[in-house]
Structure formats: structure tokens, C-alpha cells
Design a protein around this ligand. Sequence first.
Ligand SMILES: C[S@@+](CC[C@H](N)C(=O)[O-])C[C@H]1O[C@@H](n2cnc3c(N)ncnc32)[C@H](O)[C@@H]1O
Length: 357
Amino acid sequence: MPEHGGFNKEKAQRFLQQLMKDVSASFHSAMTYIGDRLGIFKAMAQTGPVTVAELAQRTGLQERYLREWLGSMVAAQYLDYDPTTERYRLPPEHVAPLAEENSPVFLASMFAGLMPHLIVAPKVAEAFRTGGGVAQSEYPQELFAAMERMTAPMYEHYLIQQWLPALPRVQARLNEGGAALDVGCGSGRAAIKIAQAFPNARVFGFDRHAGSIERARANARAAGLGENRIRFDVADCNQLPHSTFDFITTFEVVHDAVDPLALLTSIRNSLRPGGTYMMAEVNASSRVEENISPMGRMLYSASTLYCMTTSLAEGGAGLGAAMGEAKARELAESAGFRHFRRLPIDHPFAALYELKG
Ligand SMILES: C[S@@+](CC[C@H](N)C(=O)[O-])C[C@H]1O[C@@H](n2cnc3c(N)ncnc32)[C@H](O)[C@@H]1O
């Protein structure tokens, strides 16, 4: 028995049970990834209760594989199974999280995001030894498509409906016209929402990742928005043009940035007089003891597997996803912003800050 504390048998038992659950969930996450990737959940949302043979027919997938996969889903209680009819069913309560791409509670895309993180885990482990990190270019392209799917429901359901109404002056400016820029726009889904909501405004999206800008341009075309309404460019936003934009946003960008202070300083300089910067960051505390939750667990893990590590790969600050409000405020002050306010928005994933020069 260690000298510095007693051994609590119940605690040991509880921990073993938790670990067993975690191991089981970890293996099963690959099954959910496959279900999402192959459209099996979406097919089952359409079919109602099905036999394996019917599902194979419907999806064009191998029956033997489907049977095994269905077994994993029944064991996990994601699906119901009726042994008398040998039919499997996606319960109606599980349809939105697993099969409804645009639902605000759609979570299956998180499993698409998980796999590219796991693929680089051996390289990340090496960085624990050697320092440095893993460069953004070393991640499978699949990650960027998944990132788009993971964040899109947030922009679809909250950005225009709840977040921008917290900034009535910004709304008024964009209704008249004005110029908005989304820094680190990724696949452009937030910028496209802004362009659609404010037809008089000119909207821009910049990202230093060329693959994401290609996706953003394709998304704008699909939304029927021409270059007169929205423009996406590959750019490092640490050197934005001065006094150009009325409204600048970052969505989950600052904690990933190589040089977050240079980024915020560049954003401040790029605002026109009276302009507003809205920083959307992960809803986490800067203190680890306040992040003891499933969300905290996911955040530190994703941060180690991507956010912190891609920044460190370039000799960056590596702030990490759980930088929290305290760090955001400190950065804002250092960059010369005179106004910093957390907006009164309650969202499980996002914390929003209003900054003015
Ligand atoms: C986690 S992703 C978020 C993407 C997008 N805002 C979204 O919510 O889906 C962070 C993005 O910030 C971009 N980024 C980070 N630092 C940047 C910089 N200095 N200039 C331009 N883009 C940057 C990255 O390339 C990446 O696409």
C-alpha cells in the first residue's frame, strides 16, 4: 500500500468498471464511424425495422459485415432488435443524433472527425518525446471535411438566430451594407450564413489552408452566392489589410493559431473605427479542475491530437482548446482591445466574446 494514501477498494472497482466501459466505447466508435461513412444510419432512418438481408439489399453492402455491425449496435443499445421477427430498428429518438445531418443534435459526424485524429496518434506520441508537433498538412484530408460537418449545425441553427442578435449594432451595420470577414473560415459555412442573412453586406473568408478554401468556394457556389456577395481567399490573417472591415469573426481559430497575439493584433488593426470582432471559442474553463466532464475529456484529447499540436509544429504558442475566457481576455488586452465582453449566450460547445478596438 502506498504511504501517501489509503487504498479504497470501491474506488478501484468503480474505476475498473469505467475503464471497461471506455475500452468498449472506444472499439465501438469505429462501428459508428463506419455506420456514418457508409450511410447505414441514414438508410435505417428510412426503412424502419429491417432484417439483415433487407438492409443489405437496400444499402448494397455485404450481408455478413452488416450482421456483425448490427450486433455491435444492438449491444451498444444504439439499435433495437426484435428476436421474434429478426428485425433491427433505429429508434426514433436516435434518428436526429445519428442520421439527420442538419439537426442541431447531429453527432455522428464527430466520429468522422475522430478517425483522422487517431491516425496521427503515433506521430503525436513521438512529439511527446521530441517536442515540436504534427503539421496540419500531415493530417488526412478527411479531417477537413469532417470539421465542416462537425461545426456546420452550430452555424445553421445559432449564428443568425441567436448569436448575431446579441450584437444589434453589428446587425444594423451589415443590414445597411458594410464588410464582414471570417478569419480562419475553414469550409466557409459560417461566412456563407452571414452572406445569406445580410444581402447588402460584402462578406470575405480567409484561411491559410488551401484545401479548406477550395471547399469554401464550392460551398458558396452551391449556395448560389457569387463573388459580388462572398469571396474566399487563401491568406495568413496575421497580416490583414488595415481599417477594412466592420465586423470580423473567428470561430474556433484563436486556440489553434501559431501566433495568437499577432493574429488578434492584426484583427484589431483591420477593423474600421467602431468595428466589432466576435471571437467564438470553445466553451471551457482555463482551469483543469473546472473541466472535469465528458466535454473536458474530449477537449483536452482533441487538443493534444490536433489543436495544440499543429500550432507547436510551427514553433507556435500551442494554447490548446481549453484556453478558456481568462486566456481570451489576456490576449485581447495584450493586442490592445479596449473592450472585452462575454456575450450572454448559453451554448454547450461555444463561448462568444465581443471585442472592440
Ligand atoms: C479548427 S479550424 C476552424 C475552421 C472554421 N472556422 C470552422 O469553424 O469550421 C481553425 C482554422 O483556422 C485556420 N487558421 C489558423 N490560423 C490562421 C491564420 N493565421 N490565418 C488564417 N487561417 C488560420 C486553420 O487553417 C483552420 O482552418
